[in-house]
Design a binder for this molecule. Structure first.
Ligand SMILES: Nc1ncnc2c1ncn2[C@@H]1O[C@H](COP(=O)(O)OP(=O)(O)O)[C@@H](O)[C@H]1O
Ligand SMILES: [Mg+2]
Length: 386
């Protein structure tokens, strides 16, 4: 257990009022479009959505299904179903009732009897389903259309109870390349379009820090006009300084001087996780020492990365082609950031920026068409090292 993790419990969620208002107002409308929440790594996407579903939502109006694919290894149909659903043991009576009904023909009845009674509103991780029903679905191997058919009816039943379902998939890129009779992700997108644009039956939010995945979504013809994007970025300077104040109060029970706050910002920028790390360490270390250490650490990692390029030939897949990227081109590209934090993506050849984004050194904003370091810290490391 990390110190960061332990300390998280001791302070509340901070700000993000604009993003919260935007999402709450989306939820007041009938579902019509799929939302992608994107932004650099550790900017607070998951924290924001958790704050909304746990503390800001009227639990009598919504049923939230939050599915986090982070760290999940999903390489086949069964594993996908197992993260999608959470099973419960049903009573004997329920079991007899649902087993008597044939799965496909009487699906709405099955759902009515056995599932909806378990949903009293609120948040669940995974879609509750009785154990024996999941076993039956698992037997219908590889027939993902049946599952989507089942889920569609499930969400429609919830609507009949005067509640709106909200489906949230965090780290959706985890299944970006999974094949179940063809790419699963396209079938999933089709299904999401049906739930939103066609049936208006369920709100759908997809979260991802993987900006190459978001770029793929952005350029996907089948999603044109059916998708909207919400950027959850690192805090801007003003908000970051307030966050530093907030944490200093909560964790250290004191105020920091303006010079100290400016200094912290100049090293780590508005990345929440890094600000938390610095303030946590201030309990037992001096500020200069802390900032020096984390910058050195970031420089070491970047140096190691550049060193590796002398020995291994980096390659990226573009379309069906494998393209080799030269070390000189990578260094040339990184040097562009010496003067600017953000640049037009056209200034770096595509294979080069794809490689740097894959390595989590750069963040690509496909909607703005810009590139920048994943954090101020990496930016500082680039400036010092090159
Ligand atoms: N608004 C906030 N208030 C308090 N802590 C936050 C806030 N935003 C992010 N954090 C913290 O920063 C860390 C990274 O946030 P996270 O939501 O996991 O990032 P992401 O999902 O964008 O990768 C987490 O420990 C989270 O609790
Ligand atoms: Mg996250």
């Amino acid at each position: 257990m990390s110190i960061d993790g332990d300390f998280m419990k001791f302070f509340n969620f901070f700000n993000r009022e604009k993003e919260i208002r935007e999402i709450l107002s989306i939820l007041e409308e009938n579902p019509d479009i799929i939302y992608f929440i994107y932004g650099p790594m550790n900017s607070g996407k998951t924290a924001l959505i958790n704050e909304i579903i746990n503390n800001r939502l009227d639990k009598n109006k919504y049923v939230v299904f939050y599915i986090n694919l982070r760290g999940k290894f999903i390489d086949d149909y069964n594993k996908f179903l197992k993260v999608l659903f959470s099973v419960y043991e049903e009573s004997l009576i329920d079991k007899i009732k649902t087993t008597l009904l044939s799965l496909v023909k009487d699906l709405p009845n099955v759902i009515r009897y056995s599932l909806i009674s378990k949903l009293s509103g609120g948040v669940v991780s995974g879609i509750p389903i009785p154990k024996h029903l999941l076993s039956q679905l698992l037997l219908k191997k590889d027939n993902i259309e049946d599952i989507f058919d089942f889920l569609e009816k499930y969400f429609i039943e919830i609507n009949k109870k005067d509640k709106k379902p909200i489906l949230i998939i965090d780290e959706l890129q985890v299944i970006g390349d999974l094949k179940i009779n063809g790419f699963l992700i396209y079938k999933l997108f089709n299904f999401f379009v049906r739930l939103t644009k066609e049936l208006h039956a369920c709100h759908v939010f997809c979260l991802s820090s993987d900006s190459l995945f978001i770029e793929r979504v952005y350029n996907e013809a089948m999603l044109e006009d059916r998708v909207d994007y919400i950027l959850v970025d690192d805090f801007d300077k003003e908000t970051a300084l307030k966050f530093i104040d907030f944490l200093a109060e909560e964790i250290l029970n004191k105020k920091l001087s303006d010079e100290d706050k400016e200094l912290i910002y100049s090293y780590v920028g508005g990345k929440p996780i890094l600000i938390i790390k610095v303030i946590n360490k201030l309990r037992y270390e001096g500020l200069g020492e802390i900032l020096n250490f984390i910058l050195k650490d970031a420089m070491q990692k970047l140096d190691m990365f550049l060193d590796m390029l002398n020995y291994s030939k980096p390659k990226v897949d573009i379309g069906s082609k494998v393209i080799e990227v030269k070390r000189e081109d990578i260094i040339e590209a990184l040097k562009l950031f010496k003067e600017n934090y953000e640049i037009d993506k056209k200034k770096i050849p595509m294979p080069v920026y794809i490689y740097l984004v894959k390595k989590n050194i750069l963040f690509l904003n496909p909607i703005e068409g810009t590139l920048r370091p994943q954090s101020f810290l990496i930016w500082n490391a680039i400036k010092k090292l090159l």
